[in-house]
Every structure is written in C-alpha cells, then in structure tokens.
Design a protein around this ligand. Structure first.
Ligand code: BGC
Length: 748
C-alpha cells in the first residue's frame, strides 16, 4: 500500500516517474524495507521524526535546498521556471520524486480557498474569521477548518495559509476580519480548533502572522516595541494556545520587526519561544517576502522562505559551503519540513482533485453564520419580526438587493459569477476591490415574508430612503465597512456617509433595524435612535439567509462579541495610528521587492499599553464602551446562579444557567478571573467559557476545570509561567460587563 501511495504522489509528474522508479531501485539497502522495495520512510508505523530522519539521510544538498524555498509568485519578484507546476496557489515547493516526496501546494485560505476564480474552480466563503470567533463555538471552529481543508484538497492543495490569530490590539488594522479578536484565550482556542479541523483532513495547517503584525501601515518596515511579559501574555499567548491545542504544522512569521529584529530573523520569537519554550516541532515559513537574510534568518530559526528563492536558494547554498550556515542547521530545517509532511498525512494520503461540494459548503457556511451573528440591540423586543404582523418592509442600502460584502487581500474568496454589484462577467476580483458576494438579503427577506410588501432603496439618497422607510412597518438598513490586507482603516466610522443614512431612516421610522457587515468594530452615533442592531460581519456565501433567519426568529442569536466596540477612536490605547514615513514604504513601485528584501528603514510603534489589550484596557482605564467584549443578546433570557469554586491542583468551578424565557437558545457563559493585587494585572481576564444549549425553562449545571496557564502570569526573570499565590476572584455571566456571580478563593 505504501508503494501505491508513493507512486500516486508521482502521478502528477509522469516524466519523472520512470527516473524515480529507476532511482528507487538504486536506493541504498538501508533505505529500503523488505521485498516490496519501498523506501523505509514509507512505513507509517514509524514516527514522523523517524521517517523524516530517514529521508534527510538520502538527500543531496540540492534536494535539501529545494525544500527550503518556494518558486516565486507573479508580481512579487523573480519567478523560477519550476513554478509552471504550481497548482495556482500562493506557494509551490517542488517535490522530490526520486524519494517519493510530493510537492507542497500552498493556498491562502482564511475564510475559504483563495483564487478559485482565476483557476477555474469554486470555493465556499465562510463567515470571516472574526465572525467565527464570535460564535465562541469550538465545534463550529472545527467544522470551519474541516470545510476549508476539504475544499483545499479538492482543488489540489495540501497546505493551508490561514489560521490568522494576531490579537486585535489595533482595531483599525485592515486585517481584523482575518483574526479572532482581542482575547488570547478565545482566539487561541478557536484557531486551535480550526487547525485541528484542517489537519484532520490531511492538510498542513499554518498559524500566522507571528508576531505582532498588528497594523498593516508600513508592515514591511515597522519596528514594534513591547516588553516581554506583555507579549507573552497577550499576542504570543494566542499562538501558544493555538499550537498547543492543534499541533499546527507550520507557523508563518510576519513582515514587521519586533524589538529591533525582523520577525523572520528574530531569534527570541522563532527559537527561544516557539521552538524551545513551546517545543514546536513544525516549520517556520516566512510571510511572502518577509525573509531578509540567509545566515541570520537560518540561525534565528526560519526554516523556509516564501514565495521565492532570494535568500534560501543559491545564497543559502553558499552560506552552507562557507560554513556560515552549519550543515546541522540546514538539516534541521529540512527535517522540520519533512516531519510536518509526514505528521499531517500529506505523504500517506495525498490530495486528489475533485468537484467541490457546493451544497455542503452552503450548509456549513450558513450554519456558522447563524451562530456568529451578534444581536447588539433589541429595544422593545423589536426582533424577531413576526411574519404575520409585518405587512411592509423597507430594505435599504448596502447593495442588499444583490449581495453582502466580503473581506479583501490575500484572504479574498472569489464570488461565483464575479462581484455581485457588477454586471455579470465584469466583476473579476482585483487586489483591494470591494467585493460583494451573491447572497441577497432582499431575496432572503422576501422568501421568509412572502406576503409582505418588501421594497428596496439603495440608500444613496438618504431622503429617498427615508421616504420609503416612512411608508413601511419596519425598515432594515444594511450598512458595510470594507477592509483588507495592505491597508488600515482611517477611523471606525461607517464609510460613504452611512451614518447620515441611518439617522435619516431612523428619524422616519421608529422600527428601524441596522444590519452591520463590518470587519472591525464601528462607532454608531445613531445607536440610541434605532430599535435593533445586528452585527453580521462578513457573513460569507450564505450570509443573507442567515441574517433573514435571525430577523424572523427562525434562529435565536447566540453569538457574543470577540472584540470591544469602543465609543470613539479617542478611547483607543493609541488614538492615532502611527503611519510610516515615506522611505518606509514602496508605494507599489516596480521591483519593490528588491527594496523590501534589502530592508526598509524602520519606524517605531510602541505598545506601551502592554498587557491592556481590548477589554483589559477599557476596564483598567475605566472607559465606558459602546458594546463590551463578550456581549450579545438573545431572544430569550438567562439566569445565572449557584457558583462554587473549588481550589486544588486544578481550580474547579460549577454554576447553573437557566433559560428563563420561552424560546430555546444557546448561552455563552463566560468565566473571568481577577488575579491577586500583587500580580500587577489588568482588572480581569477571560479564563473559560461554555456554550450551553437550553430549551425554554431548562436549567443546566456547568462544570469547568480551569487551565492553570490561563490563571498564570509570565515571569520574565524565570522565563516561565507562574501562578501568583493569593486571592483570586472568579466572575461568571453573559458578558464581560454583566457578571452576576462572584466568588473569591485563595490559591497557593
Ligand atoms: C500575506 C499572507 C499570505 C501571503 C500569501 C501575504 O501578503 O500577508 O497572509 O498568506 O501573502 O498570499
């Protein structure tokens, strides 16, 4: 069977098949097992490390070097002729057919597989990653990853470039939608599940962008200054938890510098923390053109350069020949890559192209969207709408007649048929184009309210929208905020004068509901004037159906905010986002890659808010917010009671949640801890949660064992996590600012 798989991996390259079989016969006896003449490393009973070590022994220097880099990417500098065999994804590493090692075909896959349009394929768009985190649902996160991996394999890929888990220190970061919010425990656990789901399908999983790439402005130049304790307890903790939960096989180092060194040649990040402290066995892949050296990067722990071969091909070979890169170091990089391939199953179970299951994708995307839409406001129980009582609905704005917006950059999933707001065939997604997915809220609302008079106004003229709203029983305004890799938001306001539109519609109709399609929090000067607000994020292929089902109560919302919605930018730790000076950018000029590779002059960003990320900042600074972390309403109500905390080797906690309303629902019950004064921590931190499904009137006891790591602080002198002895207060409830249960215990 192993021989079959070995031959299978050569199928894509029939020319080399003959050579490979011949070379296989020529392999030394030590590399063969038994009469089948299959290489010893194809024995799946051996550990991934043993198998990798056997392969490394057989490799020539050139073969080793070939595994350490990609073959280039159009528009990003030199492309090797070998790239012709790429599957069309962001990265392609040639296989070593002589040894039965398949190529690595990498694709971006943040909320779905990228570039499917260009490659004549199809991908499902899931709700964005921040939306996924808003579900606080570990099973949903696993399904999220599994769906992406199935579609990757069906499209010929065996490695995913998703898994974004940078903490939302800076909510104006244009990639906030690709990440999992502001809390390291929530983000880490959720990304861990996504990775588990991916790797279970035999795809190499990747977590990115390590680390502190928390703003896009000047990302290739910026030097992030932050103290060790703060980074270990915040941004790095999300990665630590994600890796611990999933054993993701790859980590992508980021563009920026951290405390002086580029992340991809930062020994503290890559070796001291990732490989030593966390015992990471996989490989480090550079972000695209985030490599800046051969010897320095190699010594720091970078294993693989993408997308091309500027430093990790000829330059690396020379560095090895001259002894600047020791052979053992080279072998370790190769070993890590091979080990990851064996461990994730891409060698034993190679991907096979097939037709993507479109219907199956819709089902998963809709289910996750329904779990991720947050109900932020519901005055006088405006929602859910009762079909029998609503005779007329005004649907306004946001191109809601044809679609819902999606997140851009390398995360962009191609909408079938092109951009929904363009004429058919004209909407091919270009870099940083605003792309609407063909999922029409207008149609979905009409489908659920077939007897109502549902009219649409584009919202471009607020007066005309208000006039339509005035005639309707209910007005639903769809508002968007687009964002993407490669840009940051100027502010947290809705663009295109949508605040004005909403205010005018709300003035015309007291039953106005706003549906937000945003990648980051937004400010809402009109919040008190509308009766309902739903945050739908970038809702994916089936967003409209999910929104309509929430509006009409077929789904009872259960999501909670994974990120704080501040009242204004003035309340952020850094009211003004630091922009790069001119010399620290390339403005997309031709051959920009040469300047980037050589290193752009640094400019400084200092995260002096330290540990106080997200709600920890607003708590500590006593700043009131618009909607707090962990907040989200439901169509039913819940009561919390009977908290008991038992200290011991592990802290155990029990409490009761009761559905006191008349509708079934799921409540995300959140547990926070306030550490002893002497720990010097912000007022509280999330230490656990449970999503509890409850029928009307039902009550359940929730039992939790708390992870000691989540209660600890990072002691820099000892380079270790430490539980500070003293009084801990545990707080339990349905939002970071509504925690009715409280109990203090002493922990030693
Ligand atoms: C992004 C990565 C992405 C890579 C490949 C880079 O610009 O930062 O997230 O995986 O491109 O497309």
């Amino acid at each position: 069977m192993n021989l079959r798989l070995y031959l299978h991996s050569l199928r894509t390259n029939p020319v080399s098949l003959g050579i490979a079989i011949l070379s296989l016969a020529l392999l030394p006896a030590s590399a063969q097992t038994g009469s089948e003449h299959k290489p010893a490393w194809m024995n799946s009973r051996l550990s991934p490390d043993e198998r990798a070590a056997l392969v490394v022994k057989e490799m020539t220097l050139d073969e080793k070097i070939s595994l350490l880099h990609g073959t280039g990417m159009a528009k990003l500098g030199p492309v090797s002729p070998l790239a012709a065999k790429s599957n069309g994804g962001a990265g392609y590493v040639v296989g070593i057919s002589r040894l039965g090692i398949p190529a690595i075909q990498m694709s971006d896959a943040a909320y779905g597989v990228r570039n499917s349009g260009e490659n004549g394929r199809y991908s499902t768009a899931l709700p964005d990653d921040l939306a996924g985190a808003a579900s606080w649902d570990l099973d949903a996160a696993y399904e999220y990853g599994a769906l992406i991996a199935r579609e990757l394999r069906a499209q010929g890929y065996n490695m995913s470039l998703g898994g974004g888990v940078n903490l939302a220190r800076e909510p104006r970061n244009g990639r906030t939608f690709e990440y999992m919010g502001e809390d390291p425990v929530l983000a880490g656990k959720m990304v861990g599940q996504v990775m588990k789901g991916e790797q279970a399908q035999h795809v190499i999983g990747d977590i990115k962008h390590y680390a502190l790439n928390d703003q896009e402005s000047g990302r290739n130049a910026v030097n992030v200054n932050i103290d060790k304790r703060s980074m270990r307890e915040s941004d790095l903790l999300a990665f630590e938890i994600g890796l611990r939960e999933s054993n993701a096989a790859a980590v992508m180092c980021s563009y920026n510098r951290v405390n002086g060194d580029y992340a991809c040649e930062n020994k503290y990040l890559l070796t001291d923390v990732l490989k030593k402290d966390w015992n990471f066995k996989g490989f480090v892949v550079s972000d695209w053109q985030a490599t800046h050296s051969a010897a320095k990067a190699s010594a720091a722990g970078l294993d693989h350069e993408e997308p091309g071969e500027i430093f990790y091909a000829d330059a690396m070979k020379k560095a090895v020949a001259s002894g600047k890169v020791p052979r053992a170091e080279l072998d370790e990089h190769v070993h890590r890559i091979l080990r990851s391939m064996f461990a994730s199953g891409v060698i034993d179970d190679p991907q096979e192209k097939s037709v993507v299951d479109v219907e199956g994708g819709f089902e998963v995307a809709q289910k996750i969207a329904e779990q991720s839409i947050v109900l932020l406001r519901n005055e006088h129980s405006q929602l859910p709408l009762e079909v029998s009582k609503v005779a007329s609905i005004a649907v306004i704005g946001g191109h809601a007649d044809v679609g819902m917006i999606s997140g851009g950059g390398s995360a962009q999933v191609d909408p079938p048929g092109g951009n929904a707001i363009m004429p058919p065939g004209k909407g091919k997604p270009a870099w940083q184009a605003h792309i609407w997915f063909p999922t029409s809220p207008l149609k979905a609302i009409r489908a659920l309210a077939p007897h109502a008079n549902v009219q649409y106004d584009p919202g471009t003229d607020p007066a005309s929208a208000a006039a339509l709203a005035k005639t309707a029983d209910v007005a639903v305004v769809f508002a968007y905020q687009w964002e993407s890799e490669g840009m940051d938001l100027d502010n947290l306001s809705l663009p295109d004068r949508q605040d004005d539109l909403i205010a005018k519609v709300a003035a015309a109709n007291p039953h106005t509901i706003v549906v937000l399609e945003t990648g980051s929090p937004v400010t809402m000067p009109w919040a008190d004037q509308v009766s309902g607000i739903l945050e739908a994020w970038y809702a994916g292929s089936r967003g409209a159906e999910a929104v309509a089902r929430v509006l009409f109560g077929e789904v009872n919302p259960s999501a909670k905010l994974p990120i704080t919605f501040p009242k204004s930018e003035a309340d952020l730790p850094h009211p003004i986002l630091v922009k790069p000076p001119d010399a620290s950018t390339t403005h997309g000029e031709p051959d920009a890659w040469k300047k980037i590779a050589a290193g752009l002059p640094p400019f400084q960003v200092t995260y002096d808010e330290g540990l106080k990320v997200g709600y920890k900042w607003y708590d500590a600074e006593r700043k009131p917010v618009l909607f707090p972390f962990g907040y989200g309403l439901s169509y039913t109500s819940y009561n919390y009671s009977d908290l008991k905390v038992t200290p011991g080797k592990a802290v155990h906690l029990t409490f009761r949640v009761t559905n006191t309303g008349n509708r079934a629902g799921s409540e995300v019950a959140e547990v926070y801890a306030a550490l002893p004064e002497s720990a010097g921590e912000p007022p509280k931190r999330l230490v656990g949660w449970s999503k509890v499904k409850l029928n009307a009137g039902e009550s359940k006891e929730v039992k939790m064992e708390l992870d000691a790591l989540y209660l600890s602080i990072f002691n820099v002198e000892r380079n270790a996590w430490q539980l500070v002895p003293g009084d801990y207060t545990f707080l339990v409830g349905g939002s970071s600012q509504s925690l009715p249960l409280k109990e203090s215990v002493n922990l030693k």
